[in-house]
Design a protein around this ligand. Structure first.
Ligand SMILES: [Zn+2]
Length: 233
């Protein structure tokens, strides 16, 4: 190869490199811009399921959280709807599996991570909660249906010959928590005041001490064999 060619080729190569490099950089930038953010790519659909607890009482799962519902000949008694998407999914599943409307929707307490989305069932259901919960739901503008039926002492809801007993546990985790007992199924549904293998959630928001221990004593005084918890451990 002539000396001038070697020189010219090397020069040519040296001159071309920045253009080639620039092209690679532009291609890389275009690829990055075209890729959706990692959070979008990694977002998974919520894990939802329905499992029988006992008799006609079922557990409803939305990711790490669980509420219960009770099927009777005259309709369904649902509890914490969890959130709007979960409630819409549950409503569709209930229609498919049982072909019955939700006649009662019972809130455990006013916190929105439990009761958001109640409006999904409000077309057919009477919404039930402790009277202090109703006041907080309105004051805090919770994204859910405002309860139609409230109580301050014990209350029993009967539908289709089946019953659920609602027991306030006084101050502890909020001032409006109730425990739901399904006597024939020997089961209670409890939220937030009982945490298995943990003390409680983060900073124990909206907590009253030392009254909390009295709430646990109320739960201990109930007659049951199965405890259905809000969080599975
Ligand atoms: Zn709570």
């Amino acid at each position: 190869m002539p000396a001038f060619c070697r020189h010219a080729c090397r020069e040519n190569t040296v001159k071309r490199l920045p253009r080639y490099f620039l092209f690679m950089m532009l291609a890389f930038a275009a690829a990055v811009l075209a890729t959706p953010p990692a959070t979008h790519a990694a977002r998974k659909p919520p894990k939802r399921s329905i499992k029988k607890i006992a008799g006609d009482l079922y557990r409803f799962q939305n990711n790490f959280h669980f509420s219960v519902f009770f099927v009777t000949p005259d309709g369904i008694i649902a509890t914490d709807p969890i959130n709007k998407g979960a409630a819409q999914w549950l409503k569709t599943e209930l229609a498919k599996r049982f072909n019955k409307p939700v006649k009662y929707l019972i809130y455990s307490h006013d916190h929105q991570d439990h009761i958001s989305g109640g409006e999904v069932f409000a077309d057919t259901a009477t919404v039930v909660a402790h009277k202090n919960a109703r006041a907080d739901i309105i004051a805090e503008n919770r994204p859910t249906a405002v309860p139609d039926l409230t109580f301050s002492d014990k209350m029993t809801v009967t539908l289709g010959g089946k019953t659920v007993e609602l027991t306030p546990v006084r101050k502890g985790h909020s001032d409006n928590m109730i425990v739901m007992r399904f006597p024939a199924e020997r089961t209670i549904y409890v939220c937030d005041i009982v945490s298995v293998r943990s003390v409680g959630y983060k900073t124990l928001t909206d907590a009253y001490f030392p009254e909390w221990i009295n709430s646990i004593k109320v739960v201990e005084g109930l007659d049951f064999e199965i405890m259905a918890l809000w969080v599975a451990n």
